[in-house]
Write a protein that binds this ligand. Structure first.
Ligand code: HGA
Length: 614
């Protein structure tokens, strides 16, 4: 949440910074602003609402076209999303401008201290104290980097701060603690940003920063120190995707593009993980096999869509590996004194690798002696850096705020983890793993078939735009798929949408059923157990009460046709892998209904991607 860009170089900083903000807008769109260093002063422009509003302001009131500037796109935590609270924030003397991602937890005390010195505050944000503190330090004669070192020592909480000083043109100083920041390395120009998308059109060479580091960029230098001013280690890396991955490529929404990228994305997650000799190879796992064999319990920590991927992982891991597995919301985990320790493997799932709740949870788990394995999409982000092992999903950038390929690639990574643990623990024979892998490797083509045959679900979405409530039912792994389907609809269509375990319905939620209520039902494949038949009974129960049923069932499952108002056939796959397919029509449905309702699918209200605040 919140997108930050800083630039120093020969081009127009306004152009580079606004271009960067455009690519970061998915991180927040409550307001946007820029500060350009110009001839001993700061040119500040900001506006509530989306970036387009800022661009209109800039067109009417141009800024100086110099080569030093910073910018911000906001997801508000402290203070309403208006012009005044928009970043950048200025110091009292207007000499320093700062942008911020995070929450400064002791801002009230700092604000009182500064007010007692006669400083007037203009905004309700926590951020403004950082600008005022920096201004106070440079006013006392400090350079901007010296000021930053002093100020970070006063702040509690999470922050990425990026600042400029009107009296130090050609220089941007940034600091980070628990919020993301990367450096882009150009030729006679350098960048800082919340993520690489901001500068990908200018350079694919980046520098990964660690926690509690300060970076100073000029056009031809980058220096990184710790908060005390000592040289700090950094890791340069090459970004393995390019500008086209961060553009819509002819689709109306990033989300629709990302839904359609799923066959490739899931294939990329699986690529190279299963050797021709029939062994799973997860080379980012730096926990030795003896230790993995001694694991007594697995705790999966995640939030939002990743949490539902974690629920599926629990079914797979317990079934394949016979290890007890819990799934826990990251935001609840740390605050309830969880029982984890040496015998526990904690699995953290986060698309961005920066999810604040998940990050704090893994830190807590490691303090208790647990090993942590991260499932993550963002190379070099904080959660994998602080984990003992990582499985990258290789989905490419996910820009739509509602996760799609993020979810399916997390599922694929969870299945790989489950099979790997089964291999290490010897709970599955090689030929059993081979059979599951063969099914898994067939999934990308089956997702493609679902995408090719999506007209039924798109038509349905256009017919249901007048509904205020829609339910989703599933059992076993169909249950988390139902929850994720409902979440997509809440996020995008702002409808009352709920997912239920189908068997739980009669314990209360069935009271919600009224004539005409649309109910999606994920039906498990017809297998050896009774699960399928139980779900078919659940369909009949809601139908008997007037629900309109939209049934997702295996393509040759003839037993459901009589109970389905709309039937969505799913290609055949083993039960445990079915969420990879069942979720596709549900994603398409949410995207289409939100489009038909006239909503901004990529930037749904009140949301932002990469939840970097707790
Ligand atoms: N606390 C600051 C920055 C918000 C943020 O980082 N959101 O993710 C504000 O409210 O402006």
């Amino acid at each position: 949440m919140c997108g930050i860009v800083g630039y120093v170089g020969p081009r127009s900083a306004r152009e580079v910074v606004v271009g960067g903000l455009r690519r970061l807008e998915y991180r927040g769109y409550d307001s946007a602003g820029v500060a350009i260093v110009a001839d001993g002063r700061i040119d500040l422009r900001k506006s509530a609402g989306k970036l387009a509003n800022l661009e209109a302001v800039l067109a009417e009131h141009p800024v100086a076209e110099t080569g030093t500037g910073i910018g911000h796109t906001r997801w508000a935590t402290h203070g309403a999303p208006n012009d005044v609270n928009a970043h950048p924030h200025l110091s009292a003397s207007s000499r320093v401008a700062v942008v911020h991602n995070g929450i400064i937890e002791n801002f009230a005390a700092l604000r009182a201290e500064l007010q007692a010195e006669g400083i007037t505050f203009h905004s309700e944000t926590d951020t403004e104290v950082a600008g005022q503190l920096l201004g106070r330090e440079v006013g006392r004669g400090a350079t901007l980097i010296e000021a930053m070192r002093t100020v970070v020592g006063r702040l509690e909480g999470a922050f990425t701060l990026v600042a400029v000083d009107a009296q130090e043109p050609g220089r941007v100083v940034a600091a980070r603690r628990n919020s993301p920041l990367v450096v882009g390395l150009g030729d006679t120009e350098n960048f800082v940003a919340s993520d690489v998308a901001a500068f990908i059109e200018h350079t694919r060479e980046a520098l990964e920063l660690g926690q509690d580091q300060i970076v100073e960029i000029t056009a031809d230098s980058v220096s990184v120190t710790d908060f005390a001013g000592n040289d700090a280690p950094t890791r340069p890396y090459h970004v393995d995707w390019d500008l086209s991955a961060a553009e819509k490529g002819g689709y109306d929404w990033f989300m629709r593009k990302e839904i359609h990228e799923q066959p490739q994305a899931v294939a990329d997650t699986l690529l190279g993980r299963y050797t021709p000799a029939g062994a799973l190879k997860l080379d980012e796992i730096r926990i030795d096999e003896a230790e993995l064999r001694s694991i007594e319990k697995i705790v999966i920590i995640a939030a939002g869509t990743s949490f539902y991927a974690g629920m599926v992982a629990k079914y797979a891991i317990e079934h394949w590996c016979r290890v007890a597995c819990e799934v826990e919301l990251a935001s609840e985990f740390r605050y309830r004194d969880p029982i984890v320790g040496k015998g526990t493997l904690v699995v953290a799932i986060s698309q961005s690798g920066e999810t604040a709740d998940t990050l704090q949870a893994i830190r807590h788990a490691r303090e208790q002696g647990s090993k942590v394995l991260a499932i993550c999409n963002t190379n070099g982000s904080t959660i994998p850096r602080e984990s003992d092992a990582v499985i990258y999903t290789h989905a490419g950038p996910e820009i739509g705020v509602a996760s799609t390929k993020g979810f399916t690639t997390q599922l694929a990574a969870c299945y790989l983890l489950g099979l790997y643990l089964a291999q290490v623990k010897g709970t599955k024979f090689g030929d059993e793993i081979a059979a599951i892998m063969a099914d898994l490797e067939g999934v990308p083509d089956k997702i493609q078939r679902l995408l090719d045959d999506s007209q039924v679900i798109l038509d349905l979405a256009n017919r249901l735009t007048d509904r205020r409530s829609i339910l989703f039912l599933g059992r076993h792994v169909g249950y988390p798929a139902a929850l994720e389907g409902a979440l997509k609809l809440k996020e995008l269509a702002y409808l009352h949408a709920e997912g239920f375990a189908a068997g739980e319905l009669k314990h209360g939620p069935i009271a919600l059923i009224e004539p005409g209520l649309p109910v999606f039902v994920v039906v498990p494949p017809k297998g050896r157990d009774m699960l399928h038949d139980k779900v078919v009974s659940n369909i009949q129960e809601v139908r008997a009460r007037g629900a309109r049923t939209i049934v997702l069932a295996e393509e040759d499952d003839t037993s459901v046709a009589d109970y389905a108002d709309v039937l969505i056939p799913l290609p055949k796959v083993m039960t445990i892998l079915q969420p990879l397919l069942a979720i596709i029509p549900l994603q398409l449905f949410a995207c289409e209904i939100a489009t038909a309702l006239g909503h901004d699918v990529d930037q749904p209200r009140n949301l932002a991607k990469s939840v970097t605040v707790e």
